[in-house]
Design a protein around this ligand. Structure first.
Ligand code: ADP
Ligand code: ASP
Ligand code: MG
Length: 402
């Protein structure tokens, strides 16, 4: 069998953990399998590199940031290859350039487009364990790109698809996908299986256990994923299309502490104003999430929306520059907010989900700042200080009772 194994940052955080990964890979190899290993940077290395860049420049070039961040993964693959060699098995580390992992142009958030498999296959044929840097690629200018935070999962799935691997295993610091982040809700339940769609919703709404693009890619190419612990032999959670078990109404609760809210107050209540606002942001490449427009009164209206906190300064700057064109009286913003979402395909056929969620929040005295819904989820924006309590209350109302 050809097996792709991905280990996250905490699983390679120090020498002992690297040897643990090396031993797991050697065991798989000695069972007669071909093993391709994708690694993240050790521990908090990527954050540390970003902090380092911040000491040099307040607004570093995205190209140089990618060049810098990509070094983290090179450290872990080379060290782990050495550990495997110490254990007596041939191993080779490859970076994105050596494999040739081709991506789109965008620095910091590139999309994998094509992977050359010749080099990896040749190394596997030479009976080596192959270690590949996660999270990075090269673009058409032969520059290093990165895939967005948490992107090593996507590297693993893309490799599994390109190599037609028999298994793709994502090893992390929890033993599977839970109904909510077990660090926030200790009574969260581990799922044996979850569909691609439910996992995609959870990941997109903040469950960082899998990079959301990795789930979309797994669905597209039919790659079955197993999420499991690098420190135990617990079976983990399978992410795939068809579930044997009957579907739950709610698959889980997700928390996202990254948004910021912006409100434009006193806009003219006229056609084209919303277009102008979001056009100005789109031109800067800023994505907007929850949008709320008030009912017009006395010829004016307000529009509120959320952006990723890292885009807040750029958003305010461009909105301020265009304040009169947008007809806004003033801009307000709030940084300490969080999104809490309840997710599940079963919601479509069950009335009363929203009222149950809002009741649970009311019982905890938590104020809702914004609401957004789709057929398969309800998201509320709350104060960041209330996010964990909100997640516990909502989880308790749905999952614990399910
Ligand atoms: P890695 O470094 O292995 O990629 P991450 O930190 O990216 O690990 O993802 C694992 C973390 O995801 C867990 O430690 C957990 O706190 C968090 N998490 C968030 N939502 C969930 C969930 N629904 N199930 C399991 N873990 C979750
Ligand atoms: N090292 C990168 C990050 O911290 C990629 C990853 O861990 O998946 O975001
Ligand atoms: Mg991760």
């Amino acid at each position: 069998m050809l097996i792709v194994k991905k280990f996250g940052g905490s699983s390679v955080a120090n020498k002992e953990r690297i040897y643990n990964v090396a031993r797991r890979c050697v065991e798989e190899y000695k069972n007669g399998n071909q093993v391709v290993v994708v690694l993240s940077a050790m521990g908090d290395t990527t954050d540390d590199l970003l902090d380092l860049a911040a000491t040099i420049s307040a607004k570093p070039s995205k190209r140089e940031l990618d060049m810098l961040m990509s070094t983290g993964e090179q450290i872990s693959v080379s060290l782990c290859a050495m550990a495997i060699q110490e254990l007596g098995v041939a191993a080779i580390s490859l970076n994105a350039f050596q494999v040739a992992m081709h991506t789109s142009r965008d620095y910091g958030n590139a999309r994998l487009k094509k992977i050359d498999t010749e080099r990896i296959k040749a190394e596997l044929d030479a009976k080596k364990i192959v270690l590949v840097t996660g999270f990075q690629g090269i673009n058409r200018y032969d520059d290093v790109t990165t895939l967005g935070r948490g992107g090593s999962d996507t590297t693993a799935v893309a490799l599994a698809a390109a190599l037609h691997a028999d298994a793709c295993e994502i090893y992390t610091d929890v033993d599977g996908v839970y109904t909510c982040d077990p660090r926030i809700v200790p009574e969260a339940q581990k799922l044996d299986e979850i569909t691609y769609d439910d996992m995609l919703d959870l990941a997109t709404l903040g469950a960082q256990v899998l990079h959301n693009r990795s789930v979309g890619m797994a669905k597209k190419y039919g790659v079955e994923l197993v999420v499991r612990s690098s420190l135990s032999d617990a079976p983990g959670t399978v992410v795939r299309e068809v579930l044997k078990v009957e579907k739950r109404m709610i698959s889980g609760v997700a928390v996202d502490k990254s948004p910021a809210r912006i409100s434009l107050i006193g806009l003219h209540d006229a056609p084209g104003i919303a277009f102008r606002v979001f056009n100005v942001l789109a031109a800067e490449g800023i994505s907007v999430d929850i949008i709320l427009q008030s009912v017009g009164r006395d010829g004016t209206k307000d529009i509120s929306f959320t952006v990723d906190r890292k885009d807040l300064d750029a958003s305010i700057k461009v909105l301020e520059e265009n304040l009169s064109k947008l007809t806004a009286e003033r801009i307000e913003c709030e940084e300490n907010v969080a999104k809490v979402s309840v997710v599940g395909a079963g919601m479509m056929t069950n009335p009363g989900v929203a009222s149950k969620m809002f009741e649970a929040l009311y019982n905890e005295g938590i104020n809702i700042k914004m609401i957004s819904t789709s057929e398969v989820r309800i998201t509320v924006l709350v104060d960041q200080d209330n996010a964990d309590a909100a997640a516990r209350a909502v989880h308790n109302a749905f999952v614990a009772q399910d």
